[in-house]
Each structure stands twice: as structure tokens, then as C-alpha cells.
Design a protein around this ligand. Structure first.
Ligand SMILES: C[S@@+](CC[C@H](N)C(=O)[O-])C[C@H]1O[C@@H](n2cnc3c(N)ncnc32)[C@H](O)[C@@H]1O
Length: 472
């Protein structure tokens, strides 16, 4: 399941190797996992969680690294799925699990204790959320502390704390306001201010659930929905409950579809009839929106600042058999004599609209990161405006719920660029969902603003998009 995110990654940081100084060799680990079923899966989970929560590495790349060269590489599919389940439950319920653990740690989490925190967190997730038998979760966690030079002196503490978690953890979790406790305060406060408490609670509830998988299909959505046991989405995507690896799903090898959330599929559609036009996609990798534009018949130039991510874009477009020119460069300063009929700026952002898919974001991003993001987006927008033909269309989008990265950015752009104006989005362009359109005619989706009959099939990413036209 961890490979689920491999085909279209959207994060620019590189993963780092996570071997600890006391790590035993792969061969001795294999022997250990023979002796203690599931130890290797737990070890991989604790390492991935340490990389995310202590070393501040993104989930997708950390899992990718673990799968290709780390502790997950030699695990059978069932154990890989277990590792992923432990990591996801730990991140989605981190607030509750931390509070439960702290109840039994009189002096708080011990400093300089290596992977101890991740071992305790992942064991608590197993005990409270994953129905793992107590003896397995506790014994394996205690064994894991002994693999780590810094954590091993806390093996007895781990044992004592986890025994209490196994006895009282579920009851303590049930007493908590889970949605609130599992949402960092700064996000809860901001979302309540901008979207109200009811929406904030609904967003937070969704963030605790595994999202469905959305595919953008090249053609025949009904046929693909039938074949994949999925549901046709407004706009022609297909939604399914993911079961296993993305690459193993029918149609992947033949390039019949790509992974793209319903909300992420909307910005490229705002160009309407784009066939035959020259489009610059300024922050293009891994290429979901470039693929949409190319599939719609546009001549696309896809630019990105990251060489690695541009490589992934090329591989994706090749698999999909869609033509696309590419360029490596900084979109804030990139210059070309060519002026474009249409420009898409799907800007880097805090990504707080995608926490359901990427629960690490809640712990990797802080409110202090916002000003530098907003500043970068402003510079990207300024340059985009210079590259547009008179009469051309600029679509700006972000997967953030923070208004400074959306509505605020457009208000400031309009105040400094007198020749740009908003081309209002019409309800029929968003399948009649007029609630997704703001008073100024831009698009604002909230995760709970798309429902389906079965609750586990509902939801969408939080997105912002605006369509602007440059006066002729
Ligand atoms: C939100 S992702 C884009 C997702 C993409 N549009 C898609 O639909 O697949 C943002 C991208 O912007 C790129 N990026 C960040 N800063 C950039 C810059 N200054 N110039 C160009 N690309 C940049 C990142 O490498 C990342 O690939």
C-alpha cells in the first residue's frame, strides 16, 4: 500500500537514509523477524515515524526510501501493509496517542532517547486503534528499544507505560474530542476563524480517515468505473477504495489513467477549450495537470525547479503517452521571448488542504512557514503575469486552506496589476456546485464539501483556484 503514492509524488524534499548507529545488518534482522513475527514491520514503522516527526522528512519520500533501500525493502506485502497502517494511524491520531502516553510518563518523553518516542507512539497506535494483541505490540516494542543504543536504557519504562496503555488507552481515547485533539491548535484556530467551527470539525474528522483513491481517466469513465469497481465522479474521474499497490491496478501499465484528487482536477479544467493553444505549466511536477492539459489537446511546456521531480513528470507523461515539452528552471525568474496563450501556476504551498492524504503535513508545516510561502507565491505570480499574451488566461491554484495563499494572493495581485482581472468561474464549470464558488468568482473547495452515498467515499482536497485574464 505504501507504493500507493509513488507514481505522482508532490513534495520537493529528498528522503535521507535512516540507519541508526546500533542497527543490526539486514541479514540479522531477517533472522530476528523469523523469530519474532512482525518485528521488522514495527521497526520499519518506528524508523519512518522518526524520520517524519524528528527529522522532519516528508511521508511519501520517507516511505519510498524505506521501500527501495530501507527496512521495508525485504518485507512481504502483508508486512508492508502493516507498516503503512501503523504509520498512518500514528500520524492521524498523534494528538490522542501523545496525550495517552503522557498520562503514564511522569517526566514526559525522555530526551536523547533515539527512536523511543516513535516506538511508543507506534505501539500505542497498535494497542488503541489497530486491535493488535497486547502481548505482541508490547513485547515487540520493548525488543525494538534494545536495537537502539539511545533507547535501550528505557526498555523497562516502555514496558510499564505500554502495559498501562493496553489497559486504559481505549477508554482514555474515547473520552477525548478526537477531531480537535488530533488537529494542531494553529490549524484549528485558523480554520475556525475562516470557515467556522462546524466546517473545521468536519475537515478534522475527515483527516482522521483513509481517503478514497481518485483517478483521472483518459477516456470512458463509465467503463473504467465498472472495471475497477469504482464510481464516476463529476467531471469524469473515477473514485475507488484503494486495495493494494497503485501500479497493480488495471490500466496503469497501459497509461489509461493517473492518480489525481477530484479537487486537483478542477484548475486545469478552468481553461475550458484549450485544444491547440500553447500552455505554460509553471510548477508542473509530478505532472497531473500537465497531463490533463496535454490530453485536452494543448501544446504544453512544463517547467519545474526540481530536476528529480521533472524526471518523474517525464516518466509519468511517457507512461500516459501524452506529448509535453519540459524545462528546468525557477518560475519566479524564468524568462522566455515566447508569450503564452494560457499559464497554469499550481504554486508550492503549505498543502494544508491535503492533510487527509498526507497526515505528515500537520506536523511538518507550521504557521511560521506561511510568510515565506506567500512571498514565493507572489514572486511566481508576478513572473507569470509577464509571460502571458495580451488576452491570455492565467489560472492560479494551491492545495492550501489558508486564505493568504489563495484569496489574499489574488487580491494583492489585482491591486498591483491593473491589466489583470478575474474571469468569474460559473456553476456549470464545477458541475453545479455553486457553494464551491466564492463571492469574487474564484474556487474554494473544503474537504467536506463533496459527499457521496457511502461516507467512506466522500470528501475532496481543500483547494483554491482563480482564473484571470490579461487585458488585450
Ligand atoms: C503543488 S506541486 C505541483 C503539482 C503539479 N502541478 C501537478 O498537478 O502534478 C508544486 C511544484 O512546484 C515546484 N516548485 C517549487 N518552487 C518552484 C519554483 N520556484 N519554480 C518552479 N517550480 C517550483 C515543486 O518542485 C513542485 O513540483
Amino acid at each position: 500500500m505504501a507504493e500507493q503514492f509513488a507514481p505522482l509524488l508532490c513534495s520537493s524534499k529528498k528522503a535521507i537514509p535512516m540507519a541508526s548507529p546500533a542497527a543490526p545488518s539486514r541479514a540479522s534482522e531477517a533472522r530476528a523477524s523469523d523469530a519474532q513475527v512482525g518485528l521488522a514491520a514495527r521497526r520499519a514503522a518506528a524508523d519512518v515515524l522518526t524520520a517524519i516527526l524528528v527529522k522532519k522528512q516528508p511521508l511519501d519520500l520517507t516511505l519510498g526510501k524505506s521501500l527501495s533501500t530501507g527496512h521495508m525493502a525485504n518485507l512481504p506485502p502483508r508486512d508492508r501493509a502493516l507498516t503503512r497502517a501503523i504509520v498512518m494511524a500514528s500520524l492521524r491520531h498523534k494528538g490522542q496517542l501523545d496525550a495517552i502516553l503522557l498520562r503514564f510518563l511522569e517526566k514526559g518523553f525522555p530526551p536523547k532517547s533515539g527512536t523511543l518516542y516513535a516506538i511508543l507512539l507506534s505501539a500505542a497506535a497498535q494497542l488503541v486503534l489497530l486491535e493488535t494483541p497486547a502481548h505482541a505490540a508490547i513485547d515487540l516494542a520493548v525488543t525494538l528499544t534494545r536495537y537502539d543504543a539511545q533507547a535501550k536504557r528505557f526498555d523497562k519504562l516502555a514496558n510499564a507505560v505500554l502495559r498501562k496503555v493496553s489497559q486504559q488507552g481505549k477508554a482514555l481515547a474515547d473520552e477525548m474530542d478526537a477531531a480537535k485533539v488530533n488537529t494542531p491548535d494553529w490549524l484549528w484556530e485558523r480554520w475556525s476563524r475562516y470557515y467556522g467551527e462546524e466546517n473545521t470539525r468536519a475537515i478534522a474528522e475527515l483527516n482522521m480517515l483513509e481517503p478514497p483513491l481518485d483517478l483521472t481517466v483518459k477516456s470512458d469513465p463509465e467503463g473504467w468505473a465498472k472495471r475497477l469497481d469504482g464510481h464516476v465522479l463529476p467531471g469524469g474521474g473515477v473514485r475507488l477504495i484503494p486495495k493494494g499497490r497503485i501500479e497493480a491496478i488495471e490500466g496503469y501499465d497501459e497509461g489509461a489513467w493517473w492518480v489525481q484528487d477530484l479537487a486537483a482536477s478542477l484548475p486545469a479544467k478552468l481553461f475550458k477549450d484549450i485544444a491547440g493553444k500553447r500552455v505554460l505549466d509553471l510548477c508542473a511536477a509530478p505532472g497531473g495537470k500537465s497531463a490533463q492539459l496535454a490530453a485536452a489537446g494543448a501544446s504544453v511546456l512544463a517547467l519545474d525547479i526540481s530536476e528529480n521531480r521533472l524526471k518523474v513528470l517525464k516518466e509519468n507523461l511517457k507512461r500516459l503517452d501524452l506529448p509535453c515539452d519540459t524545462a528546468l528552471g525557477d518560475a519566479a525568474t524564468w524568462y522566455s521571448e515566447e508569450r503564452f496563450d494560457a499559464i497554469l501556476l499550481d504554486a508550492p504551498c503549505s498543502s494544508t488542504g491535503t492533510i487527509r492524504r498526507h497526515p505528515d503535513i500537520a506536523y511538518l508545516k507550521t504557521e511560521e512557514d506561511l510568510p515565506s510561502m506567500v512571498n514565493l507565491q507572489r514572486r511566481l505570480l508576478d513572473n507569470a503575469a509577464k509571460l502571458l499574451k495580451p488576452g491570455g488566461t492565467l489560472v492560479y491554484s494551491t492545495c492550501s486552506l489558508e486564505p493568504e495563499e489563495g484569496e489574499g494572493q489574488i487580491a494583492s495581485l489585482l491591486s498591483t496589476h491593473g491589466r489583470l482581472h478575474i474571469d468569474r468561474i460559473q456553476p456549470d464549470e464545477v458541475f453545479g456546485h455553486s457553494a464551491w464558488i466564492t463571492q469574487t468568482g474564484t474556487l474554494r473547495t473544503l474537504p467536506p464539501s463533496f459527499k457521496m452515498d457511502a461516507p467512506e467515499l466522500g470528501g475532496m482536497d481543500g483547494f483554491f483556484a482563480a482564473r484571470l485574464v490579461l487585458a488585450s
